[in-house]
Design a protein around this ligand. Structure first.
Ligand code: CTP
Length: 190
């Protein structure tokens, strides 16, 4: 979805920085591409570039936890035990840090991948992460969202009615989202 939005934003004449974890996609022509591999690297890349940006769109499916210890050698089996417990710690919440830690004041767009109570969870994320809008998708629907070229989303605004988009290709949804973002940025400039 991030690549589709970045491509639509370039077409719309915007200056675009695309910060992305590993994918099998080719970065769209005309973007400044910043590849990262971990949540920490994505956090640092965002923190270093977000100030002064007019709109920041967070749609990466970021890992919420990482292993506390990373083995530098192969982990050998423990004789007599058929289980292995990995201890995980929370990663940085990049979107949740944009306002309070990074001091970002532009338009803030989050995504919410949900499998249940989509509207309720989207509204609570909107408030908790201090977003202007949240794009929610129900990832329990087969053929939509992850690993698919199609998606169906609902945009929740800090004020106003939610707006459904799709089902449609991610390219079409990206274009619609860019239109919404562009009109809100124009409104903020006026
Ligand atoms: N996000 C982020 N940093 C994280 C986790 C998520 O910036 N460590 C962003 C995602 O890019 C998305 C939004 O936060 O824009 C919501 O992500 P989601 O996984 O739906 O929510 P979580 O905050 O992880 O909450 P939960 O998993 O409990 O629903």
């Amino acid at each position: 979805m991030g690549y589709a939005i970045a491509e639509a934003a370039v077409k719309h004449g915007m200056e675009v920085v695309l910060i992305s974890g590993p994918t099998n996609l080719r970065p769209p022509e005309g973007v400044e591409f910043v590849p990262v591999e971990s949540t920490r690297q994505m956090y640092d890349a965002v923190a270093g570039r977000i100030s002064g940006v007019e709109a920041a769109i967070f749609c990466a499916a970021v890992a919420d936890y990482r292993p506390v210890r990373v083995a530098d050698q192969k982990i050998k089996k423990t004789p007599g035990s058929n289980r292995l417990t990995l201890e995980l710690e929370e990663t940085e919440d990049i979107l949740g840090s944009a306002r309070d830690v990074m001091g970002y004041q532009g338009l803030l767009v989050g995504f919410a991948a949900e499998t249940q109570n989509v509207a309720e969870n989207a509204r609570s994320k909107l408030a908790r992460k201090k977003c202007d809008l949240i794009v929610a998708n129900d990832v329990s629907q087969e053929g939509m969202g992850f690993d698919s070229d199609r998606n169906e989303v609902t945009v929740y605004f800090a004020s106003g009615d939610p707006q459904p988009i799709g089902p449609a290709t991610k390219a079409a949804i990206g274009e619609k989202l860019v239109e919404i973002v562009a009109s809100l940025v124009q409104g903020a400039r006026a």
